[in-house]
Structure formats: C-alpha cells, structure tokens
Ligand binder design. Sequence first.
Ligand code: HGY
Ligand code: MN
Ligand code: MN
Length: 420
Amino acid sequence: MTAHGTVSSKRPSMAIREDRLWQRHVEMAKLGATAKGGVNRQALSAEDIAARRLLASWAGARGFTVTTDPIGNVFVRRAGSEADAEPVMTGSHMDSQPTGGRFDGIYGVLAGFEALEALEDAGIATRRPVEVVAWMNEEGSRFPVGAMGSAVYAGRLALDKALAVADPKGVTVASALAETLAALPLPGVKLGGKVAAYVEAHIEQGPRLEAEGRTIGVVTAIQGSRRYAVEVVGEEAHAGTTPRAARKDALSSAVGIVTALEKLMDDPTDTVRFTVGRFEVFPGSPNTVPGRVYFTIDFRHPEIAVLDERGGRIAAVAAAHARGCAVSVTPLTDVPPCVFAPRIIDLVRDSAARLGLPHMDMPSGAGHDAMHIATLCPAGMIFVPCLRGISHNEAESATPADLAAGARVLADVLGALADR
Ligand code: HGY
Ligand code: MN
Ligand code: MN
C-alpha cells in the first residue's frame, strides 16, 4: 500500500516523459508566437482555435474524448472503470496575455495531458475518469472578465452575462464562441457538473521558488482580487482655442483620479497590489482636448477586510477628482480570497517529498481557475519555478526538468485521487 493508499507497484510519475512534455510546449508556443519569443494567443482568437485543434488532435491520438461546454471550456477525458463516477479534474488555460509567455496557463494543460498519457503508458486503470480542462478566457485580456470559463462552470458568473461581454472592438464572447465552434466542432456537454477533486499545475509567476532553491510550490491559498472599469467623460474641444477654465478634460481628470487612487492604495507593507493596466484616451488626437478616457483597475489583497475597506472607497475617490467630468466606476470581477483543501495540500506535499523534490508551502499572488473550482470540490495547486519570477512578459521561461517535476507530482496526486 503506498503513502497515498493506491495499491499499485507502478506510479504514474514513473511514466512521465520530460522530452514529450517539453516538445508539446514547443509546438504550442508556435501558435501566436511573437518576435520576442513569447505568445499572443488571446481567448477565442485564431491562435486559440489553433491551440484547441492541436490539443484535440493529441487527445484523439491517445483515445481520450474531447468535449466542450456552452462557455467554450474544453474537456479531455481519460475514462475510468466507473464511467459515471465524478471525475478528478486538472487543467488551466491556453489563452495568453498580448505579450504573454510560453508557459503561463498552457503548462497546466500540458502537464495534465502528460499525466493522462503517463497513466495510459503505465497501464494504470483508475476508478474515476480523469479530465484535463482548458478553461476559456482565464486571462481576461481580450474579454475583460478574467477566469471567465471557470467562473461560469462554477456558477459564479451567469452564462448569459459572460456571453454578452465584448472585446474592445465590440465583438461579444457569444459571437467569438460561435466562430470558434464553427471552426472546430466538438461534442457539447452541459454546463457545470460534479467534480471529485481539482488540482492545477502552474508556473509560480513569482521569484520565491527560484530564490529558495525549491522545485515544487505546495500552494495553500490565492489572494482575493477585484477588477473595475472606469470611464471618464468630459468634452472634446479645440486644443488651441479652449481656455483651461472652460475645459472638461477627461485625460487631466483621469490622471488625477489614478494619482488619488494610488494614494488610497499606498501600503508600507507592500502587500496591496494595485494596477491600471489599460488606459485609453479618446479621440486620441494631439490637438483635441480628450473627451473620454477608459481605464481598468486590478486590485488584490489576501484579506477580505482590506479589499472591502479600500475597494469600497474607489468610487468616492474617483468622484472627488472628476474635475467637472462624469465618472463611472463599474465592478467587473470580485473574487474573494481562496483557501485550498488541506487534504489536497497534504497530497501535493507528500507526493513532492516521496519524489525527493525540494518543496515549500506558499500562497499564490496570481489568480487561477482553481480559485473558482475550489468552490465546487477539494482543490489545490502545484507551482514550479520560472526564471526570476518573470511572467506576463515574453521573456517568461522555465526548464524542462522543472516542468517535468511538476508533472510527476501532478500525475501521482491525480492517480491517488482517481482511486478514492
Ligand atoms: O491575473 C492573474 O492573476 C492571472 O495570471 N491571469
Ligand atoms: Mn495563468
Ligand atoms: Mn496569466
């Protein structure tokens, strides 16, 4: 009997192949490849469709089934001996930032796929089906509501609301999804469903594992995050003839608002994360006073009290710096801090220890699909290092050995959970 209670001389981790896993990353990195060595594979784009197609072809070649749900999540299933047993799930996302890296998200999908192949190669039959999921639009870059597919799956975001979200060109998720399904028809499954357990592998996207010389991060929690859209509407006017006193300058007001919000978010402990990532000025002509500014706020913290206290003051601070413009603050997402299940955390830690991999418990600063799936079932995450913690950057990098180490831990954890 093994530490995890599985009666098997073979462990899935023994069949993990570092070369095969690395090669799949090489293939995926070609889809949306950027000149600087990163990827631009935004949700439901042609590049994302190509990634879905490639994953489906790999799955078909191994006899795994591929389905999709009404929000465009993709499920790759390896059958278990009990077909209707609740599946054990793993996965992450295939969509990327516009100047994204070759490992953020895709590693979790490919490590999960490698775990399925290892179970297959080792001839290990599991009681439960094991599924790898590519969650739709985790990045929330093109469609500005992040972790959309997993939020809808978990019932935290209404399907119709998600389908109505539009990209900056006004293309809705619904129409982009229709195009995706026309390009790559997949058998449909109903939305949501019961899950026995969920474990996601991901690069750390921070410097701690590398700095502390650890290979595996045993993830204990994810900090809370809130995202807002702010619109400042003034009045377009001639840059040469309009006196300052007569202006309703949306840019000048927006800059004042951001400066005041940075003051609101000031934190000597450097725990608060406050980012204005998108800032658009209209009409964007050098000699027209800007009539409209749109910008986003990404605000995060591990404690719900801080999220409430400071998040609750954003609208008032914005209004106080409107300078005669109309200001609207629209909440886009509000994801509370997530704490993972102790038994999944223990499984991950024990598996890393048994494989002789240096590991450490740690929280996640980045958001992940696991934060939503954790509301459905016991969930956890496995981190592997990335070079200097760089991510959401084309220079993002990880080593074949670390990626394979994470996949070995994942495979053994999934194997144990699939027989419970
Ligand atoms: O924004 C996040 O935390 C995730 O990397 N998409
Ligand atoms: Mn990610
Ligand atoms: Mn990301």
